[in-house]
Write a protein that binds this ligand. Structure first.
Ligand code: S3P
Ligand code: PEP
Length: 428
């Protein structure tokens, strides 16, 4: 892909329908549960992107066979909680789900494992997961001080028991612990330290685990989880929903151009919390149709809103793009955890919004975006797929928006710019 891509503004509202590729979060969960199931699982509608490829390749290095009958269908030969490999070096790129889920998973094996990624991955926290695994009897350490990858595991199986895990940095620590826990030697009890962020992802984890035959017990406040030591999962045929975070770009395209975009394959009852992004657009003046197998957004007169996006933090950048076209300021709160993602998604997002002409007040846990006259800009993407995808939407109305390194969308959505071009073709 070229070094920059210029987005050509549309002449009118976008009217379109699309089914985005499979969910990254569901694909990587289903792969982990299928890997620890006794027998063959078939996953359909999977995402084929950098983040799922590093998961599949890493499982392969651990001796778990995953084959593709087509790019959207994977067959996993589950090993039932006993990892075949006794040594493996796993490269996870910048996939948070892969490194957090697999650090927990490899403690179930017998041998030496090392997990590492790109330079940014070496700045993303994992120390709290390491501590929790050690409290369950594992032998895990970060190679250097600071609690970030590379991670080294001397595995002799996971004894189990009780551990506290910090909830306010990333929910992926808890999800990783939960998914490994059924193959521990004894039941696992996890106590959440601090406010749990990104809660819908934990609900997604327990739903996928239930689909693979393991029931997690959670107390009513979701501060304690217990997982029975049943040895692993039951294999199954598993259909993956389209990715709701990817869908946010197309709903936002409707909002920004005053059009109407239907996203197929998602509903209010989806396993992904990010479908709630449509509620944010509704609060800003859009109309939402909630069907049994589609969520449709129609643009309206956009007004700023105050939104706590703790539960749906991957859609903050999409919302920021919409906020640039609203009447009045938009305040985003509750997303301090966004500073630990592919890039600092508060500081770096503020920089790029200002480059486009907006006034932005940065806060520790969010920002206030005050729309001003927009201007042409060449956008830095910081190797963050969501920076590229979200800020490209500004170019649908503002001429001269150029996105640097558009190929970075390969992390979760390799065909994003092709799909955006198709979606907007009729409005050009
Ligand atoms: O569990 C998951 O699949 C994810 C959890 C979220 O991370 P945090 O829990 O770190 O917020 C989200 O940002 C990420 O894209 C996917
Ligand atoms: C934060 C993200 O990914 P991860 O944490 O899985 O790397 C994301 O996809 O926006």
């Amino acid at each position: 892909m070229s070094e920059t891509i210029e987005i050509v503004p549309v002449k009118g509202p976008i009217h379109a329908s699309i089914r985005p590729p499979g969910s990254k979060s569901l694909t990587n969960r289903a792969l982990v549960c299928a890997a620890l199931a006794s027998g063959r699982s078939r996953l359909t509608g999977v995402l084929d992107s950098d983040d799922t490829r590093v998961m599949v390749e890493s499982l392969g290095r651990l001796g778990i066979r995953v084959s593709a009958t087509d790019p959207q269908t994977l067959v996993v030969e589950g090993v039932g909680g006993r990892l075949p490999a006794s040594q493996a070096d796993l490269f996870v790129g910048n996939s948070g789900t892969t490194i957090r889920f697999l650090t927990a998973l490899v403690t179930l094996g017998n041998g030496s494992f090392r997990l590492d990624g790109v330079p940014r991955m070496r700045e993303r926290p994992i120390g709290d997961l390491v501590e929790a695994l050690n409290a369950l009897g594992a032998h895990v350490r970060c190679e250097s001080a600071g609690g970030c990858p590379p991670v080294v595991v001397k595995a002799t199986g996971l004894p189990g028991g009780t551990a506290a895990v910090r909830g306010d940095i990333s929910s992926q620590f808890l999800s990783g612990l939960l998914m490994a826990a059924p193959a521990a030697a004894s039941d696992v009890e996890l106590l959440i330290d601090g406010e749990l962020v990104s809660k819908p992802y934990v609900a997604m984890t327990t739903r996928v685990m239930a689909d693979f035959g393991v029931q997690v017990e959670a107390n009513p406040t979701a501060s304690r989880f217990t997982v029975p030591a049943v040895g692993g999962y039951q294999p199954c045929d598993y259909a993956i929903e389209p990715d709701a975070s990817a869908a946010s770009y197309f709903w936002a395209a409707a909002a920004i151009t005053g059009g109407r975009v239907e996203v197929q394959g998602l509903s209010d009852r989806a396993l992904q919390g990010d479908v709630r992004f449509v509620d944010c657009l509704e609060a800003m003046g859009c109309t939402v149709e909630r069907g049994p197998d589609a969520l449709t957004v129609t643009g309206g007169t956009l007004r700023g809103a105050r939104l706590d996006m703790n539960a749906i933090s991957d859609t903050v950048q999409t919302l920021a793009a919409v906020a640039l076209f609203a009447e009045g300021p938009t305040e985003v709160t509750g997303v301090a955890h966004n500073r630990h993602k592919e890039t600092d998604r508060i500081g770096d997002l503020a920089t790029e919004l200002r480059r486009l002409g907006a006034e932005v007040e940065e806060r520790p846990d969010g920002m206030v975006i005050s729309p001003r006259s927009l201007r042409a800009a060449e956008i830095e993407t910081y190797d963050d797929h969501r920076m590229a995808m979200s800020l490209s939407l500004v170019g649908l109305r503002q001429p001269g928006v150029r996105i640097k390194n558009p190929g970075c969308t390969a992390k979760t959505y390799p065909e994003y710019f092709e799909d955006l071009a198709r979606l907007t073709a009729e409005a050009r």
